[in-house]
Design a protein around this ligand. Sequence first.
Ligand SMILES: CN1CCN(C(=O)c2nonc2N)CC1
Length: 228
Amino acid sequence: MLRFDVISIFGEMFSAITAQGISAKALDKGLYELAVWNPRDFTHDRHRTIDDRPYGGGPGMLMMYEPLRDTFKAINQQQPEQPNHTIYLSPQGQPLTQQRVAELATLPRITLLCGRYEGVDERVIENFVDEEIAIGDFVVSGGELPAMMLMDAVIRLQPGALGHQDSARQDSFSDGLLDCPHYTRPEVVDGKAVPPVLMSGNHAHIAKWRYEQQRQRTQARRPDLLNN
Ligand SMILES: CN1CCN(C(=O)c2nonc2N)CC1
């Protein structure tokens, strides 16, 4: 079973994936397990301090090294026999792709470090992080939402997570192309009809049309994907 260990000072945010949807059902089915660790539990001062000002000056605060070091130590005492892959969510990371998601989905164990403030002391990354991943070229308030997006993408690829295993295969990017258009009832609405091929019952024609739609849509919207 895939195990996620998440380091966050806002662990309650993760109810967004444990309480609803495919990720909640997958948790109930035992397709993955999740443990959330708060670095404040690894402090020793009255104020449970986990952040401090940056050396050299500059705006904001940084997450300090020692509470994170001690959190990693506690995590790595769990199931030490399981190889652990530690990811720091950060705008400085490699952009997350469906290909990387598929690779991550094969791992037995993933630790996700969710930064807050201006980030973490660089020595944390040097000593404990295997991979930095960016969820996009924009900045959000912390690593929790990026972590949940990565987790959701990985969880839905776990066998048994989706009602129909084909769903994951048909997703956008799963074959390097954007997804084709989809339609459901009614057949005609506001003067717009479902493409007749989809009503033909001819599965070969339908598959051909869908693939052609994927290629046209990818060429029009994301030609960069066609160079891979
Ligand atoms: C310290 N904190 C800054 C904000 N942040 C991100 O914007 C981010 N994470 O992953 N992809 C991203 N983009 C997470 C880390």
